[in-house]
Design a protein around this ligand. Sequence first.
Ligand SMILES: Cc1cc2nc3c(=O)[nH]c(=O)nc-3n(C[C@H](O)[C@H](O)[C@H](O)COP(=O)(O)OP(=O)(O)OC[C@H]3O[C@@H](n4cnc5c(N)ncnc54)[C@H](O)[C@@H]3O)c2cc1C
Length: 400
Amino acid sequence: MAMAPSVETLRHKLSLFMQERVYTAEEAVRNFIAQSQDRWVIPDLVEKLKAEARSAGLWNLWCPHPEYGAGLNNAQYAPLAEIMGRSLIGPEIFNCNAPDTGNMETLIAFGSEDHKETWLKPLLEGKIRSAFCMTEPDVASSDATNIRCSITRHDNGYVLNGRKWWSTGAMDPRCRILIVMGKTNPEAERHRQQSMVLVPVDTPGVSIVRPLHVFGSDDAPHGHAEITFEDVRIDADMLLLGEGRGFEIAQARLGPGRIHHCMRLIGCAQRSLEMMCKRAHVRVAFGKPLSEQGSLREDISRSACDIEQGRLLTLAAARKMDETGNKAARDLIGMAKITVPAMAQRVLDRAIQIHGAKGLSQDTFLADAWSYARTIRIADGPDQVHMDALARQLIKAHAD
Ligand SMILES: Cc1cc2nc3c(=O)[nH]c(=O)nc-3n(C[C@H](O)[C@H](O)[C@H](O)COP(=O)(O)OP(=O)(O)OC[C@H]3O[C@@H](n4cnc5c(N)ncnc54)[C@H](O)[C@@H]3O)c2cc1C
């Protein structure tokens, strides 16, 4: 399908910006983080590129609300997210990174005017960052009804007690606000026990315990934190939407966020395919370029097929979300979520193999991108949970 001219213009501008400013910055950003004494410092270069992207009009493209962002729908955003996803530092430079996009979406939909002024505005400006705290070490968190963190009514507000982990972005020195899911009423109906509240990071009783490592990497400078909440007092107006409505927010929040990861991962996979072709063409082994080996040609063509299938499925999900809403598009969102991260992991794995030892090193983006693809198969809900939900939907629709 042809793109709207404005999206085509954005696509062109974005590709150029990636080419001229982002890919060329990857090594400097990587070296800065590798060499910095303090792991949790943001390179000046990232802030500089953010300012450039913003003045170029390449800012908050994810945001479908014209009042707050670019006003693009999911299908229009998909090719742009794919381009940003080609670099692991890309999404942040355009203020389109997780989990801030999902958190901003939550604040737009459910925040009060005061929340918007205090938290949404600086998030939209890229001045602060945020984290989403649902997962807990002590319970199987793929089933969010297990969450134990308590949010108890007290005087004019609430008191929180609990332990969270894998709160992405909470190690970032710019992180100021947490969206925390906990239980306000453990006696209520199963999906009405949970609520979401806003907790400023500097509230007494909030302690960042440690960064978690992914395959040995602390993912600095954003990180994934383990956090404890001990008698943390917040005002009643920090509650989002209402008591017992945490699941409603979670459902609204995770629709677009899931598909954004798919869009970005298609970008990772596409870039790795292009790298495979270049590497195979110039690398000579046993008297001929690798590109003349049948098995490599097979890897390259299979990867192209895999990527295009994932891209079309993600676009179909995006279109259905635009046309019928997130809820009705659950089947296609689920299919994309089940297949695209695994596809990207597979394609990246082939690209690593074709690059030999270099593919595993810090000299290409392949190893980090592979790790990203692998983690998404758990981080946004394990594959099996999406398969279970999709199968339930299909069986209900077709069994009778
Ligand atoms: C890099 C990264 C970033 C993350 N970022 C965040 C964040 O910002 N905020 C946040 O709150 N959480 C975050 N998470 C946590 C993530 O959401 C949870 O890890 C995920 O929901 C699974 O929960 P769990 O780890 O408790 O696994 P468990 O619930 O213990 O599940 C373990 C395994 O059991 C299997 N399983 C579970 N249910 C089923 C089923 N129905 N059928 C078959 N098998 C099943 C699956 O294989 C699953 O992997 C992140 C995780 C990672 C790795």
